[in-house]
Ligand binder design. Structure first.
Ligand code: C2E
Ligand code: MG
Ligand code: MG
Length: 738
């Protein structure tokens, strides 16, 4: 239909133009009277056409316009009088670089007709998309004398097309380029890098902790967050670079032509910083970080998408490194991936073939010295790689979607084992099973626990589940509901690795848990780091207040054990008491009577007054001991601060005499720590030199009771120490006591 109409118009035009041409070329008017009438008719016809029509003289230089109809004026805003005599190109202004124009010139050269789409500009400067069809008109001699052009306004159609095209290439939420446009640009950047000899870099940016926010605060908040993330990322790159959204919380930054690899690192650093700033969404202040993988190339890749995969691998590494950091792709990551994939397959087989094992580590009650619980720890002796650390194993299981089967196996094995201990009368204690965050968030945790209890017939009270604070991130209310349901089943819940996560002591109040297990990073420094010691004391007193038990994990030395006991910690787990062991060994362990070293003097009723001497010179220690022995003190000696702290952790010491100048820390420094850890002790400095300022400061801050000079006067020393013990007794009676 349309083609037919076009042809008709075209025939009509041909006729009209031939007539007009005749008139324009000055043929005898008298001969043409009838023709003129006809011409008028044609002109009228052209003017009433809906399409813009222009006619140009092909025989004149620069092909001037010799006719333009009214529709042309309506369309372009130019009156015919303004355009007559000009070449049509003024319609494009300075937008001359158009594929349609090249095509047009080509057909003019061949004196052919053609239809092209052009960007033209109205008189007021606004853009108008025109479909232009031109046809040549030949005179009697067969020469092309004119061209007639028919202009169609296709602006609306073009706008729809552009919008569609934009939607096809952009992410609707953030307006950023999407995967398909990114891939186009990546391919173009590769070509450019190859031909111009530059480089390109791809940053794979994955947000940390977005999912829990999105799940718990709703998609509206999630969407706003993503829009802000997109805005911040775009602010960190140059105009020629591309920030694209791949979907979800994954973004790609394509740096076209970074000068050096460091440029990509700088951008990554800036993006990390920009994304870590707080987000104000509604009335909430939210926090996010990102993990970034970087891959660079000189463009010589058979498949540009490979670069995205490499950046993805590097991003995965960044996640493994604790998130909120960036990593660069290196070829050994390929090897790691291969190994990881292999591990997944092996793991699947291991679960099916029952090749995994549980080791058991006892927890000991501080008062009775009895085993009160046993933690089940996963072990896998891989046929080629040996023991795989459980954390890696659990991660591999999560990646492979195997966490469900793996956990079901662990739960069942642990319950069955514990039920056997119970039935055989070996122990009546709880078995503790670790529950990973991913498992906790699965719908069927409750069902899985119930099934394990039913199948093993273990009483629910003898199962403890160890969770970490991460399960509360995001959807805390949902997590609390799950814990409540678990408690209704009768199982106990333990908060594991306490102190490493984000939650505060305050949070403890609202959580339905039975025990808190303090992370071993605290225990490690407990006898020497006053901050950790104070935190631990705080945790214990709050936990007791909330009727929660406190377990210390990673207790490795006797000093740690005694110190923790002294500050009322309930339970202990660690190499000092027992290593994790296979069940045969555990059975032996349970049968063997145990003797835990109790602190010196603890059960002896009347405790002798105890004095600790610290000096890095052993002959000084010997001389001091000789003098002070006469007064029947219990005298303990140490040649370094660390040993002294161990002694303090394990013994009731009332008076301490410390040298001032020692290699690892000064006497005043040591005594200031002791003051925080054991405020009731009475502390004396014995020094060979006088740094008056340090000493007076220490005395003024109450860290030091007396300051004595070397060499000392024996009688004076004995009298000061006796005074110090009287002072200590007073403090004790006043209600102190560490
Ligand atoms: P966790 O639950 O905090 O377990 C305690 C870890 O500390 C165990 O490491 C244990 O062997 C180790 N440990 C115990 N006493 C000491 C000590 O005195 N010093 C030191 N340095 N370490 C000590 P392991 O067995 O390598 O397990 C590591 C983590 O893997 C566990 O930390 C737990 O989070 C996870 N895990 C273990 N088994 C399972 C499991 O069956 N399922 C899940 N989801 N996670 C598990
Ligand atoms: Mg644990
Ligand atoms: Mg732990």
């Amino acid at each position: 239909m349309i083609e037919e109409a076009k042809e008709k118009i075209s025939d009509y035009l041909r006729l009209a133009v031939a007539q007009i041409a005749r008139v324009l070329s000055g043929q005898s008017v008298s001969r043409q009277r009838g023709a003129e009438q006809q011409l008028h008719l044609f002109r009228h016809g052209l003017d009433s056409a809906r399409n813009g029509i222009v006619i140009c003289d092909a025989l004149e230089k620069d092909m001037p316009i010799v006719f333009a109809n009214s529709a042309f004026e309506r369309m372009t805003g130019y009156a015919p009088a303004e355009v007559l005599g000009r070449n049509c190109r003024f319609l494009q202004r300075d937008d001359g670089d158009q594929p349609g124009l090249a095509e047009l010139r080509d057909s003019l050269r061949r004196q052919d007709g053609v239809t092209v789409v052009l960007r033209n500009y109205r008189r007021d400067g606004s853009l108008i998309w025109n479909e232009l069809s031109i046809s040549p008109i030949r005179n009697e001699r067969g020469l092309v004398s004119h061209y007639v052009g028919v202009l169609n306004d296709v602006t609306e159609q073009k706008r729809c097309e552009t919008e569609l095209n934009h939607n096809f290439h952009h992410d609707r939420l953030t307006g950023l380029p999407n995967r398909s446009l990114l891939e186009e640009r990546l391919a173009a950047a590769c070509t450019a890098a190859r031909t111009r000899g530059g480089r390109l870099a791809v940053l794979f940016v994955d947000l940390d902790g977005f999912k829990p926010i999105n799940d718990s605060m709703g998609h509206k908040v999630g969407d706003e967050l993503l829009v802000e993330v997109a805005r911040r990322m775009t602010g960190q790159v140059r105009s020629g670079d591309t920030v694209a959204r791949m979907g979800g919380d994954e973004f790609i930054v394509l740096l076209a032509g970074p000068g050096r690899q460091e440029d990509a690192l700088c951008v990554a650093e800036r993006v990390l910083q920009a994304l870590a700033l707080p987000y104000e969404i509604g009335h909430n202040e939210l926090h996010l970080t990102a993990s970034i993988g970087i891959a660079t190339s000189d463009g010589c890749l058979d498949d540009p998408a490979k670069l995205l995969q490499q950046a993805d691998l590097a991003m995965y590494r960044a996640k493994q490194q604790g998130r909120n950091n960036f990593q660069c792709y290196t070829s050994n990551l390929d090897e790691e991936t291969r190994q990881r994939l292999e591990l997944r397959n092996d793991l699947r087989r291991a679960i099916e073939q029952d090749a995994l094992e549980l080791y058991y580590q006892p927890q000991i009650d501080g008062r009775s010295g009895r085993v009160v619980a046993i933690e089940a720890l996963l072990r896998w002796n891989h046929p080629e790689r040996g023991f795989i650390p459980p954390a890696e194993l659990v991660q591999a299981a999560e990646d492979a979607g195997q966490i469900g089967p793996l956990s079901a196996w662990v739960l069942h094995a642990a319950c069955a084992f514990n039920n056997r201990l119970l039935k055989e009368g070996q122990a009546n204690v709880a078995v503790a099973v670790n529950i990973s965050g991913a498992l906790f968030r699965m719908d069927n945790l409750l069902g899985m626990v119930r099934a394990a209890l039913e199948r093993s017939t273990l009483p629910a009270a003898l199962l403890e589940l160890e969770i970490t604070e991460s399960v509360f991130l995001g959807n805390a209310e949902g997590a609390i509901a799950t814990l409540q349901a678990l408690r209704e089943l009768g199982v106990k819940v333990v908060l594991d690795d306490f102190g490493t996560g984000l939650s505060s002591l305050n949070n403890l109040k609202r959580l339905p848990i039975n025990k808190v297990k303090v992370d071993r990073s605290f225990i490690k420094t407990i006898i020497s780091d006053r901050h950790d010691a104070a935190v631990m004391q705080g945790i214990i007193s709050l936990a007791h207040h909330l009727q929660l038990q406190v377990v210390a994990e990673g207790v490795e030395t006797e000093a740690q054990y005694h110190f923790l006991k002294k500050i009322q910690c309930d339970c202990f787990q660690g190499y000092f008491l027992a290593y994790p062991m296979p069940y045969e060994d555990l059975e032996l362990f349970l049968r063997k009577p145990r003797e835990l070293g109790s602190p010196v003097g603890e059960e002896s009723g009347g405790k002798p007054p105890t004095l600790l001497l610290l000096d890095d010179e052993e002959n000084i220690l010997r001389a001091l001991t000789r003098v002070l022995r006469r007064d029947r003190y219990e005298i303990l000696v140490a040649t370094n601060a660390h040993a002294a702290l161990e002694i303090l952790a394990m013994n009731e010491v009332q008076v301490i005499i410390s040298d001032q100048r020692m290699p690892e820390m000064s006497g005043t420094e040591f005594l200031s720590r002791v003051k925080d850890l054991y405020p009731d002790t009475v502390r004396i400095v014995l020094s060979g030199y006088t740094d008056l300022k340090t000493i007076t400061d220490a005395i003024n801050q109450g860290e030091v009771y007396k300051f004595l000079l070397k060499p000392w006067d024996d009688d004076n020393l004995r009298s000061v120490v006796a005074q110090a013990f009287r002072q200590a007794a007073q403090v004790q009676n006043a209600g102190g006591g560490a």
